[in-house]
Design a protein around this ligand. Structure first.
Ligand code: AVI
Length: 320
C-alpha cells in the first residue's frame, strides 16, 4: 500500500465542525484513504494513549524520562535558570512539573487545546509551586499563534517532549518549528524529545503491543469519526496494522478491512475491498544527525543532544 499524500492533511480544524466533516470525508474518499492522526484523540483515545505510555513495548516515554533523570543537571545548565518555559501540548502538565525543581523556570506557560483540563491542572500546580508565575493558554499551537504580552520575553524556551514532532511529516515539522520561532519573537530556544531509528522489531512491537492497547487506540478512531460525521463504521470489520517503513523512516499505522464492506455517511459512501486500508498515523524516526539538520532548516542552531545508552531516544536543546 502506498502512503497517502500527507502534504494535503490540514491540521488546524475544530472537531465536529463543517470543516472537520469536509476534511474527514475528503480523506475517506481519497484513492488511498487516510484520516488525520488528531482524530485518534477523543476522551477515550487520550486515555488509551496514556495506557500506551505504560506498556513495556512502548519505550519512548520511559526512555525520555531516563534521559532527563540522568542528564538533568547538564540539560538545566543548557536551558538556564529563570526561563519562560512554554509547554506545547501540556495536558495535565505532569511532565513539565516533574522538571521544575531541575529547570527552575521563572514563568510557566502551558499551552493546550483543552481549556478546562488545563485550568484545573494549573490551579493545582500553582499551589505546589507558588514562586513560579503561571499563564495558561488554551489554543491550537499547530497553526500560527502569537504569544500575549503576559508571556515574558526573556529566556523563552519551547518545551515539546514525547516525540510528538514525529507525527508531522519532516517538511511539516520544519514549517511548524519555523512558526514557533516566529512566535518566540526574538531570542528563544527549544527543548525537544525525538524518537530515533532503531531495529524494526523493536519499533514494530512498540506500535503493535501484545495486549492490543495500540490496536484499540487505532480502532477507536472509527468510533470517534462515526460520532463526528455520522458514519456507520463497524469496528469489528477492521484490524490494526502498524509497521516500520524503513525507506520513509517512519512507523505507519493503518486500519485494514477484514472483508469487503461499505461505509456510508450523510455526505458520502466508500466501498472498501478486503485488505484495503485507511492510513491513520505516521511516526517519523530520526538519527541525531538528521534531526539536527531538520532543526537547522527551521532556523534552530547551536544544538546539544543527550541520548540513552542504547541510542533509542534523544533530548535536544537548540537556540533560535
Ligand atoms: C503522540 N505520539 C508521539 C505517539 C507516537 O509514538 O507517535 C502516538 C502513538 N501512536 C501509536 N502509539 C503512540
Amino acid at each position: 500500500v502506498i502512503p497517502p499524500d500527507v502534504t494535503s492533511r490540514p491540521e488546524a480544524i475544530a472537531h465536529g465542525s463543517a470543516a472537520a466533516i469536509e476534511e474527514i470525508s475528503a480523506g475517506l474518499l481519497a484513492r488511498r484513504a487516510y484520516t488525520s492522526p488528531k482524530y485518534l484523540y477523543d476522551s477515550l483515545g487520550s486515555r488509551l494513549f496514556e495506557a500506551i505510555c505504560e506498556l513495556p513495548e512502548y519505550y519512548p516515554t520511559r526512555t525520555e524520562a531516563a534521559i532527563f533523570e540522568r542528564h538533568g543537571a547538564d540539560i538545566a545548565r543548557a536551558v538556564g535558570a529563570g526561563s519562560t518555559l512554554i509547554d506545547l501540548g501540556a495536558g495535565n502538565c505532569a511532565k513539565a512539573a516533574s522538571l521544575f525543581p531541575l529547570l527552575q523556570p521563572a514563568q510557566y506557560v502551558p499551552i493546550d487545546i483543552s481549556r478546562d483540563f488545563l485550568n484545573d491542572a494549573v490551579l493545582r500546580l500553582q499551589q505546589r509551586f507558588p514562586a513560579i508565575e503561571m499563564t495558561a493558554l488554551a489554543l491550537d499551537f499547530s497553526s500560527a499563534f502569537a504569544l500575549p504580552d503576559t508571556v515574558r520575553q526573556q529566556g523563552r524556551v519551547f518545551f515539546y517532549p514525547g516525540s510528538s514532532i514525529g507525527n508531522f511529516a519532516p517538511h511539516e515539522a520544519v514549517a511548524f518549528l519555523r512558526r514557533l520561532r516566529a512566535s518566540g519573537a526574538g531570542e528563544c530556544s527549544l527543548l525537544i524529545g525525538v524518537d530515533l531509528v532503531k531495529d524494526s522489531a523493536t519499533l514494530d512491537a512498540a506500535y503493535d503491543d501484545a495486549i492490543g492497547v495500540t490496536a484499540a487506540f487505532n480502532l477507536n478512531m472509527l468510533r470517534h469519526v462515526n460520532h463526528l460525521i455520522g458514519s456507520d463504521f463497524d469496528v469489528t470489520q477492521w484490524q490494526h496494522r502498524a509497521f516500520f517503513n524503513a525507506e520513509e523512516s517512519r512507523i505507519e499505522m493503518h486500519l485494514e478491512a477484514r472483508e469487503a464492506l461499505v461505509v456510508t455517511w450523510p455526505q458520502g459512501e466508500r466501498h472498501f475491498a478486503r485488505g484495503e486500508r485507511i492510513h491513520t498515523e505516521d511516526s517519523y524516526k530520526y538519527t541525531p544527525r538528521t534531526f539536527v539538520e531538520l532543526l537547522r532548516d527551521a532556523g534552530f542552531a547551536a544544538t546539544r543532544t543527550w541520548t540513552d545508552d542504547a541510542g533509542w531516544f534523544a533530548v535536544v536543546h537548540a537556540r533560535a
